[in-house]
Design a protein around this ligand. Sequence first.
Ligand SMILES: [Zn+2]
Length: 389
Amino acid sequence: MKKHLTFLLTLFLAACIAALFLSFIVFKIIYPHTIRPSGSVSITSAASGVGYYGVGMHPAPAEQTALKVSLVANLFGPQSVPKQPIKFLFFGDIMLDRHVKDKINQNGFNYLLEKLAGGEKRFFQGADVIGANLEGAVTAGGKHYPPEISIDFAFNPDDVAQLKNYGFNFFNIANNHILDQGQTGLLETQKNLEGLGFQYVGCPDRQIGECSIKILDIKDIKVALLSYSMVYGTLDENKVAEQIKAAKQETDLVVVFMHWGVEYEQEARSNQVALAHKMIDAGADVIIGSHPHVVQEMEIYNNKPIFYSLGNFIFDQYFSRETQEGMAVGLTVDNGKMEVTLLPFKSKASQVELMSGQDKERFLAWLAEESKVNEEYREQIKQGSIIIY
Ligand SMILES: [Zn+2]
């Protein structure tokens, strides 16, 4: 009898444990993200949609596999929680002064981007972060302040605000023009960007500090955005590597923006290459470069893409084809897999338009030829879409 009772009791206990375990699984399925990373800024993403992701998209992994993975991963805490894909769209230099300002005054701001955007601005749909290098200060009314220099950019906050209508929510400001309007200009830029609801990162040229890093929380994924400018001299590269290493430890993804290289040169210099490798060795997952005003080659080093320069995006250098061509880069990051979409465009009188047909073919063939990648990736570059595992 006693034996019988013990058996029943054990059975009852086992049933209780099984029930508890099952309800835990059900709870985790219903509320998969109860644990959130802290200490970072949340970002409002653009509405979901097709956007540029329709271009050269590869099929998504089977749903069933994803479900199986999520069930297993959810049981073992936040470290292995499966992440949703996050999408970035990055551009090179934006300059809204000088002749670009004239174009805005003559034709309105939308003149610049309406061709690229397409109907319902579909090109810009679906990305969580849309960003570019903002090559100048954002001052009250676009005013210019001393010191007056020969190339001296200031943008009107009303014009910068227009970029929000296209989904832009992030700017790199580490560059050689952020101090064109002095320290006042820098402070006004920060205040204005904050007031307009843009995220931004970057210290002035050659400086490294807290302003060099911003951590964003995107769909529960912690993304470190770091940014440096080395136009008028060199950076303390060890300090840069240390900052990247520290960022890597507390985030899931590290994106580094570099303002570097020599203007109008289509090939990266050896100091860019050496620093890019050092930054990836320290933990950078992707490097996005700007400043040369033309596109430079790309490289895949240790499975991490490096874009040495994306060229001009919105600018007024009408004197050559190369300065009126640029490239946007779409990144979809999904559980360790990175899909890169290459989106070359051209501009005429600062009006930007996606390349197509022979133009696009010629551009991508050139990029494939010049880039430091293996043959498999070279073929993918020609198609405009690269998958890196
Ligand atoms: Zn620059």
